[in-house]
Design a protein around this ligand. Structure first.
Ligand SMILES: Nc1ncnc2c1ncn2[C@@H]1O[C@H](COP(=O)(O)OP(=O)(O)OP(=O)(O)O)[C@@H](O)[C@H]1O
Length: 224
């Protein structure tokens, strides 16, 4: 069985004017450890698909299995457990907490569970910041970091729970080309080391070219 199995998934959004149908009977598989990019025209549903894989939202119909577990119809608590245990998210706009230091941002997702963890959270966060090249910036708040450095913090944060799956939504979209390449290499290196499955939404064909595989979505948005 494939590590990620998406079968006959459809998704629409309810608007005051009616339903906006985005994904239609979508099926695909992703193997463990693969680096897959999702491409397609603006508005075709790439971010929506990533949200479904991360159980941030639910499909109208169809099934999504990740590592053998159904994730398409989880309640809020189990969805949060699934994300904490299995998923690391990296976003285009970083979404770091502005009043926290880099170190505190990396620790933040697991801070409420600190006493239940079988490891030293602060030590792991420090190690991750070292791995992403920010050993000397741990005490800085996001405002004192460049865009590339902020994305490095966000990558360390995504890795704090040692996720099996990394979901990245245009992680280089807000960076200049050179910094974007560095961030991509970093993500790739971390993914190889951690043997994670990496699913990345991107508009950048160069990124799609270095991925193991690309899923191209068509724009089939329909108002009903
Ligand atoms: N929560 C929501 N409620 C209503 N409509 C939404 C919602 N989220 C997304 N949409 C609409 O669904 C469509 C798909 O959005 P989505 O963000 O998944 O596309 P995308 O392919 O990631 O686009 P882009 O490349 O521009 O980021 C768009 O028309 C968007 O306006």
């Amino acid at each position: 069985m494939a590590f990620i199995q998406v079968e006959h998934v459809s998704k629409s959004y309810k608007l005051p004017t009616g339903n906006l149908s985005i994904l239609h009977d979508l099926s695909f598989e992703i193997e463990a450890g693969e680096f897959v990019t999702i491409t397609g025209p603006s508005g075709c549903g790439k971010t929506t698909l990533l949200a479904l894989l991360g159980a941030l939202d639910q499909p109208d119909s169809g099934t999504i299995l990740v590592d053998g577990h159904s994730v398409h119809a989880l309640g809020a608590v189990r969805a949060a457990d699934y994300r904490r245990e299995t998923i690391g998210f990296v976003f285009q706009l970083f979404y770091l907490l502005p009043n926290l230091s880099a170190l505190e941002n990396v620790m933040a997702p697991l801070l409420p569970y600190r006493r239940m963890l079988g490891f030293d959270l602060r030590k792991r966060a420090q190690e991750l910041l070292e791995q992403v090249g920010l050993a000397s910036r741990m005490g800085h708040t996001p405002a004192r970091l460049s865009g590339g450095e902020q994305q490095r913090v966000a990558i360390a944060r995504a890795l704090i729970n040692q996720p099996k799956v990394l979901l990245a939504d245009e992680p280089t979209g807000n960076l200049d080309p050179e910094t974007g390449r560095e961030i991509l290499e970093l993500l790739r290196e971390q993914q190889r080391q951690g043997k994670q499955t990496l699913v990345m939404v991107t508009h950048d064909h160069e990124i799609a070219d270095i991925a193991d595989r690309t899923l191209s979505l068509l724009k089939l948005v329909k108002a009903e």
